[in-house]
Ligand binder design. Structure first.
Ligand code: G6P
Length: 608
């Protein structure tokens, strides 16, 4: 998704802006640009493509040496990724220059109003409307103009503005898109996310919706949308910038796959003590847990797959009815929420627009909201009643791995905590399960050793046109994730099916040689899944079976068997996902794909 950076200080702005944009690359983008005060005006350099393309363009134009500037990486929403549509955009013939992240919903009506007033547009973007609108209201006072813009536009934005006649200021504001201010010594920074400024400062201000920041070299002032000055506390970043770097691995995704034992351990261990599960962040009393009518889970993408697994887990462990929705569907289907229901929101970034909207919908309807989020102080985290952080650390690869595993870990904790509260888990059983939970990181680490086998398998299957994943119950939930990982990064068409559903249509797509990955680790359903394996094998499929336990009979019907250690059924998704991630990774490598930045995808999707 779009990334914003800004700098005001004594040093040359463009190196910081480029460096900051690179740190935001993980958000996904298709064009990039900078604007810097230079020789009495604002000079803009922008291009479609990667930041390297922008650097090339900068090298071939007059050097940008100014000490105040803004930068942007754009992920196209209105208009194709072109030079003209790239940010920054200007209004009033260069009087105003701005960058924006988000969507201006009423841009069409605003555009026609501005055209009537004489503005000429050179791009197809909603952002250019914002630039002209700012100029339209700008009569020499940045704060007044920003407040008028905020009153006029509908939609989401993080925005940073330079005015040609105010070379010592940057004004910025946000609503529904993230923005932070970094405080330095005689300099200030602006960014969509903290990693962009960590090289320069650990002191940040986190802007809330409707807030405005006015940056100068030696000062920053904050205002609410009515222009009232605000006092904001500094947020001191304690985590390490190193954690966001590749650390010797070929790809961030590979590094993050390897970090899963740690991510799961860091998420579980602070919440387990003396054989008991403690979740201090959860403010539901036992009585309130017993009164839960339904758990509504909302999420997108891989986080939704965690939600799919969670449905099976909550219902079987705690006996609480659970419904898992795609956030983009939930928000528009007028969900029925009754007193006592809770809404569990799962999101790595904590910024996904659909998930945030679903959270707000659930809140509006009276649900107690609990979020499972990886990014500290992200919008979803801030707006939920309770937030349980996954301790996965920054995840850079677009395709999630370690955050997914950490989310599953939180689900286990919650399910057992609920089971205890409703009287379905004895002290003894809780203690036993805590031991098993604490063994999970080692079991995950042992599965990472399968790397060579999966690399070899990928060599054989790299030319496949279609790959199917099948499974039942929790094995189905993890099949969904295995299939998504594969298509996200290797661009191979893939589908995941509940194994019993295949025969109701999709089996017609199985041809001789079609790879079918069968996840068959739920012992209680093994015979059934084996039956489905036989069905596809009889139609010529090349079967890879994931089994736990011995199951010699499977060798007769599968071309490859992957043995996963046996664990409590509830915990199997955490183990099964590892070979599926490695398979997708090596398939993508074999096919020469950009593993960390798959085409058309964004890490943090802040539009509907
Ligand atoms: C994007 C990413 C997915 C991710 C989904 C939800 O589509 O590419 O990997 O699962 O967003 O993101 P969230 O940050 O809410 O977990």
């Amino acid at each position: 998704m779009c990334g914003i950076v800004g700098y005001i200080g004594e040093s040359s702005a463009s190196p910081m802006l480029l460096d900051g944009l690179k740190k935001l690359e993980y958000r996904g983008y298709d064009s990039a640009g900078l604007a810097v005060y230079q020789n009495g005006g604002v000079k803009v350099v922008k291009t479609k493509g990667r930041i390297a393309d922008l650097e090339q363009k900068l090298a071939s134009s007059a050097a940008l040496t100014g000490t105040v500037g803004i930068g942007h990486t754009r992920w196209a929403t209105h208009g194709a990724p072109t030079d003209a549509n790239a940010h920054p955009h200007t209004g009033g013939g260069g009087r105003v220059t701005l960058v924006h992240n988000g969507i201006i919903e009423n841009y069409i009506e605003l555009k026609s109003m501005l055209e009537t007033a004489g503005c000429c547009f050179v791009s197809e973007t909603d952002t250019e409307v914002l630039a002209h609108l700012f100029d339209y209201y700008y009569k020499g006072d940045l704060l007044t103009a920003m407040r008028k813009v905020m009153r006029t536009v509908r939609g989401s934005y993080a925005v940073a503005v330079l005015a040609a006649d105010k070379p010592d200021r940057i004004i910025a504001a946000k609503k529904d898109s993230p923005l932070i201010v970094g405080r330095g010594d005689g300099e200030h920074f602006l960014a969509s996310d903290i990693p962009a400024v960590l090289k320069y400062t650990r002191e940040c201000y986190l802007l809330e919706d409707g807030e405005i920041a006015l940056l100068q070299r030696n000062a920053v002032a904050f205002f609410d949308k009515d222009g009232t000055p605000l006092h904001k506390e500094i947020y001191r970043v304690t985590w390490d910038a190193q954690a966001a770097e590749k650390g010797g691995y070929a790809h961030f995704m590979k590094k993050e796959i390897a970090e899963q034992p740690k991510a799961v351990r860091d998420t579980l261990s602070p919440r387990i003590a003396d054989g008991k599960i403690i979740i201090p962040e959860l403010h539901l009393t036992e009585e309130e847990i017993r009164a839960i009518g339904k758990i509504h889970i909302v999420a997108c993408g891989s986080a939704w797959h965690v939600g799919m697994a969670a449905k099976y887990i909550f219902e079987s462990a705690a006996g609480i009815s659970c419904e898992t929705d795609l956030a983009s569907e939930f928000r528009y289907r007028n969900p029925i929420i009754r007193a006592g229901d809770i809404c569990l929101v799962i999101s790595q970034s904590g910024e996904t627009a659909d998930t945030l909207a679903a959270l707000r919908e659930a809140k509006r309807k009276g649900a107690h909201t609990v979020s499972v989020v990886n990014v500290v102080a992200s919008t979803i985290a801030r707006e939920s009643d309770d937030v349980i952080y996954t301790m996965a650390g920054p995840e850079i690869a677009v395709a999630t791995t370690k955050a997914f595993s950490a989310q599953l870990a939180v689900i286990y904790l919650l399910a057992l905590h609920f089971a205890k509260a409703v009287g379905r888990l004895s002290d003894e059983a809780e203690s036993g399960l805590c031991t098993q939970l604490l063994q999970l990181p080692d079991a995950i680490a042992s599965l990472l050793m399968l790397e060579k086998d999966l690399a070899a398998l990928a060599k054989q299957f790299a030319a496949a046109k279609n790959v199917f994943f099948i499974g039942r119950g929790l094995d189905y939930a993890i099949s969904l994730e295995g299939s998504l990982k594969l298509k996200e990064i290797s661009y191979i068409h893939s589908e995941a099916y509940a194994a019993g559903e295949l025969k109701h249509g999709t089996i017609s797509l199985i041809e001789p040689g079609t790879p079918v990955i069968a996840v068959a680790t739920d012992e209680s359903l093994f015979e059934k899944t084996l039956g489905n394996i036989k069905e596809v094998r009889a139609r010529g499929a090349n079967v890879v079976a994931l089994v736990s336990g011995e199951h010699k009979e499977v060798q007769e019907f599968a071309d490859f068997v992957i043995h996963v250690p046996q664990a409590n059924t509830m915990l199997m998704p955490s183990l099964n996902v590892i070979p599926l991630q490695l398979f997708a990774y090596y398939m993508a490598l074999e096919r020469g794909c950009d593993v960390d930045k798959p085409r058309n995808l964004a890490k943090s999707v802040t539009v509907e």
